[in-house]
Design a protein around this ligand. Structure first.
Ligand code: PPS
Length: 294
């Protein structure tokens, strides 16, 4: 495999983002959302793809074939993403060719979400995942995705996460930003750990938010089709259409483990203590019921 040039980071309003996103920021900022559009917002590696699949299945009443009409990033574009070798078109350009209602993915912190989403009163589903599993997943993803900057060692990567120096910035500010606005805006707040613990309950909750009445059998079907094992085998939901030159699958899989608590295999006791200390300090002003195990 040719050695690929890695992505680099720049900044937008103090938030680190991939340089390619920074370059076309005006286009993202000026995106015109419609009232019927749905925004799926997450910090990177928090279960976005899983939530996207659940939403598409709900909107298509569990019709597996309809949900295999195209890969995730074509069905539900990543608004801020710029063209790369693997996906040679930017999120906004794909969205401009689609008619509302559109399902749109973003990792942007709430203050960077294009204003038109709020002006139009769009619904948003936010998914949070505990930061220890998130940083582990982000580390492995950065090893495999050439679009990401070189991750360095696990220890270096963890330090950057804690210093809010990774792409999309501070995890703590991200989860707090959407949490604080969840009642004043139309935001459904979902937890990765809750989805793992009781997917049936969470899929029903999301369906209610989307105002879709589904039969028990359709809901059961959606739970089965969005299990980690099913999505891992589904080429339209597992990012296998991204070329190996962009996703180096010899380093890690995109659908890696999908578990709660894998952080225990990565954090040393010392790293955990430092992390916990910072976590409690930064989250003291906004207690969100994040669970590190289930
Ligand atoms: S991205 O690149 O930021 O959009 O990645 P994202 O989809 O947010 O997160 C990827 C992690 O989610 C896991 N995943 C799942 N877990 C459980 N069930 C299902 N169905 C599922 N689908 C994706 C995926 O494996 C990544 O987590 P890790 O811990 O690395 O396995």
């Amino acid at each position: 495999m040719d050695k690929k040039v890695r992505g680099t980071l720049g900044q937008v309003h103090g938030i680190p983002l991939l340089e390619c996103i920074v370059k076309q920021w005006t286009k993202v900022e000026n995106f015109q959302a419609s009232k019927e559009d749905l925004l799926i917002a997450t910090y990177p590696k928090s279960g976005t793809t899983w939530l996207q699949e659940v939403v598409d299945q709900i909107l298509n009443v569990g019709d597996a074939e309809k949900c295999k009409r195209a890969p995730t990033h074509v069905r539900m574009p990543f608004i801020e993403m710029a063209p790369t070798e693997g996906v040679p078109f930017d999120g906004v350009s794909i969205l401009d060719t689609m008619d509302p209602p559109r399902v749109i993915k973003t990792h942007l912190p709430i203050q960077l979400v294009p204003q038109s989403f709020w002006e139009a009163g769009c619904k948003v589903i936010y998914m949070a995942r505990n930061p220890k599993d998130t940083v582990v997943s982000y580390y492995h993803f950065s090893r495999m995705s050439m679009n990401q900057p070189e991750p360095g060692s696990w220890q270096q990567f963890l330090e950057k996460f804690m210093a809010a120096q990774l792409g999309w910035g501070s995890w703590h500010d991200h989860v707090k930003g959407y949490w604080r606005e969840r009642h004043s805006k139309r935001i459904l707040y979902v937890f990765f750990e809750d989805m793992k613990e009781d997917p049936l309950r969470e899929v029903k909750r999301i369906a209610v938010f989307l105002e879709r009445q589904l039969s028990e059998s359709a809901i059961d079907c959606i739970v089965q089709m969005t299990k980690f094992s099913a999505m891992r085998e589904n080429p339209m939901a597992n990012y296998s259409t991204i070329p190996d030159t962009v996703f180096d699958r010899t380093s890690s899989d995109f659908m890696r483990k999908g578990e709660v608590g894998d952080w225990k295999n990565h954090f040393s006791a010392e790293e955990d203590a430092v992390f916990e200390n910072q976590y409690h300090k930064l989250m003291a002003d906004c207690p969100i019921p994040i669970r590190f195990t289930i």
